[in-house]
Every structure is written in C-alpha cells, then in structure tokens.
Design a binder for this molecule. Structure first.
Ligand SMILES: [Zn+2]
Length: 347
C-alpha cells in the first residue's frame, strides 16, 4: 500500500512539473488497478517456488481459508503469495469488492522460517520462547521487568529478539494474516483513496490557486500527515477484526510484543525502558502510518477488556472522518458553483 502511495505521489509531482497528461493519469490508473484488480497491480513479480515451498504455501492457504470463515469472508477469493519486497512483514492490496479478490503478500523471512524444524530444535530459540512467555503482555510492566534485569541478561534478550523476530509460530502467523484480511474486509484501500481525494479537496480550499513548489510540497506534507491519521485508524480497525474473531488476537499480540522488545534498543536512548515505553504510549505517532508497538499492545488489551466501547469509539472516529471529508466536498462544490455563477453573470 505504501509503495502504491509513493508511486502515485511521484507521478503526480513529475506530471505537474512537466504538465504531462499521461503521467498525471497514471496515479488514478494505479489506484483503480489496486482496488479493482489487485492481482494485476505492478508491484513485484511473485518469485518461483521450490516444491517444498509450494507445500508450505498450501498450508498457509489453508490458514487463510480458516480465517476467512471466522471473519465472515467465505466468498472472497484471496491471492496469497510470498513477497520479496518485505521481509518480516505482510501487506494487503485490494478490498472485499475487488474483482480478482485481494492480494495478501507475506514477507519472505516469515515464509522461509515458517515450520523450520531446525529453528524449533535450536536451544536459543527454545530459550527465547521461554523468555517471551515470562515477560508481561502489558507494555509498561514489560518495560519495568526489563529495567529490573541485570544488564547482561537484558542484552541477551535483545539479541534473541533481533535473531528471532522473523520467526513466527502458527498462532502468530494466523494473527498477522487475520490482521491483513481485516484490511480487505473493511475496504481500507478504497476508503483511504476516498479520504485522499476529500483531504485534497479540503486543502485546496484553503491554499491559493497558484502555488509554488514549496507550497506544493507543504500541501503534500499536510495531506500525508492527515492520511497517516486515517491509516492509523485503519490499523486499529484491522486489529479489532482479530479481537472480534478472538482466537487471532493472542497471536497478533505476541508478534507486537516481539516488535516492541526489538524496537526498544533502537532510536532515542532513555535512562529507563519504562521511560521510553511511557513516551511511546503518550505519543500520537504523527508522521507515521502505523501506531507504535507499545500503543498497539495497550490498545489490544483495552479492546479485549472493553470490546463494545472500543467498537463504539472507533465507529465515532470513522463517522467524524467521513463528516470532515463530506463537509470539505460540499464546501468545494459550493465554491465551484459560486465561481461558475459569477462567471456567467459577468461574461
Ligand atoms: Zn495493517
């Protein structure tokens, strides 16, 4: 999804500078393909698989069928493939209404490590699983536990987290796949395209008709900041799908927990991990399309504790976003109508 976004932006920018109608039409065409027939989206050519890999992929397709049933998507045909573009991640292109069905790409690292007997037998991996289970599922408590451990033990945990972050159990992989199918079920790609148009309409209302390059870049930055907010809302919704079909929540939570542990050694250093996680929990993650891992873990716990309240507050956010978008479109329409009327009066 992000690649299609960058491609779109690139074509818009070059198209605007060169005033080339073909380049300007490409973003619309790409968005249309991504939504209507994602199987034809020029993302990457799926790699050819060895016989053992085909068997593995068949197992994963079985998981997808199971998740589809649990998410009420029995009639949707999903195209699952191994992506070399992402390693320890997964993504979804398309919606529940896509003619060719949505495309779910699973990162090659996840795929290669899946069901690896060698890894399961390794003593380091077994040790890592024990450590992971002994650490709290609540992000702040987890950080406090890490703070209280001797430095050497902590370093060992971080090394193991880095080494095994890309190794998922069956439960964890199902959690990731359920999250991706949650995006397709909620038509997130279609909605984000709609929001992008609405935000553009709103911003062009408040910026002058002729802007210079700096103005254009600021406009794009503004649009993207708002789109990141929309995207984060979609992440919560996809996580909520895992909660609703509750057997996928635990797997996804464990993946997020691994991500959180390995992310603690990156970025700005804090005197305590508790301090770092506290800041993460209080952050709005402005400029990021995904909420940080601490917020995701905390939110998953809140969702599990108050499912009705979470669903209600999320539907309020969705309604508020639609209202802002609708208002911007109406005001843009009214302004255009006013301009046309004025034009006819004076000519
Ligand atoms: Zn997602």
């Amino acid at each position: 999804m992000e690649i299609s976004t960058y491609l779109t932006l690139g074509f818009i920018a070059v198209g605007m500078v060169t005033d080339n109608p073909v380049l300007l039409a490409i973003p619309t065409a790409l968005r249309a393909i991504a939504n209507v027939a994602p199987s034809y989206f020029p993302l990457e050519s799926p790699p050819s698989l060895l016989e053992k890999d085909v068997k593995k992929l068949t197992i994963l397709e079985g998981y997808v069928d199971e998740i589809k049933r649990d998410l009420g998507l029995e009639n949707m045909s999903v195209n699952l493939y191994v992506s070399h573009m992402v390693g320890e991640n997964a993504f979804c292109l398309g919606n529940s209404s896509s003619l060719t069905g949505p495309v779910v790409g699973i990162g090659h690292t996840y795929f290669e490590n899946f069901n690896s007997r060698e890894l399961k037998r390794s003593s380091d991996y077994q040790r890592w699983q024990l450590i992971l289970n002994s650490l709290s599922d609540e992000p702040l408590t987890l950080a406090k536990q890490l703070d209280n451990l001797p430095k050497g033990v902590r370093r060992d945990i971080f090394n193991l987290a880095r080494k095994f972050k890309g190794v998922l159990t069956e439960k964890e992989l199902k959690g990731v796949l359920a999250h991706e199918l949650g995006h397709a079920k909620n038509n997130h790609l279609l909605k984000s395209g709609g929001y992008l148009g609405l935000i553009f309409a709103l911003l062009t209302r408040i910026v002058p008709n002729h802007i210079n390059l700096v103005g254009f870049l600021l406009l794009v930055k503004g649009m993207w900041t708002v789109m990141d907010g929309v995207s984060q809302h979609h992440e919560w919704e996809a996580d909520l799908e895992c909660q609703n079909a509750s057997r996928y929540a635990e797997g996804l939570h464990l993946v997020t927990k691994k991500w959180l542990i390995s992310s603690l050694v990156k970025g700005k250093a804090f005197s305590t991990y508790e301090g770092k996680v506290e800041e993460m929990l209080g952050s709005w993650d402005i400029g990021s399309s995904h909420p940080n891992h601490a917020r995701r873990m905390r939110n998953a716990l809140n969702m599990a504790a108050n499912p009705k309240q979470t669903e209600r507050s999320m539907s309020y956010t969705a309604k508020a976003l639609s209202l802002i978008g609708g208002a911007s479109l109406i005001s843009k329409g009214a302004l255009d109508a006013h301009n046309i009327a004025r034009h006819f009066n004076y000519v």
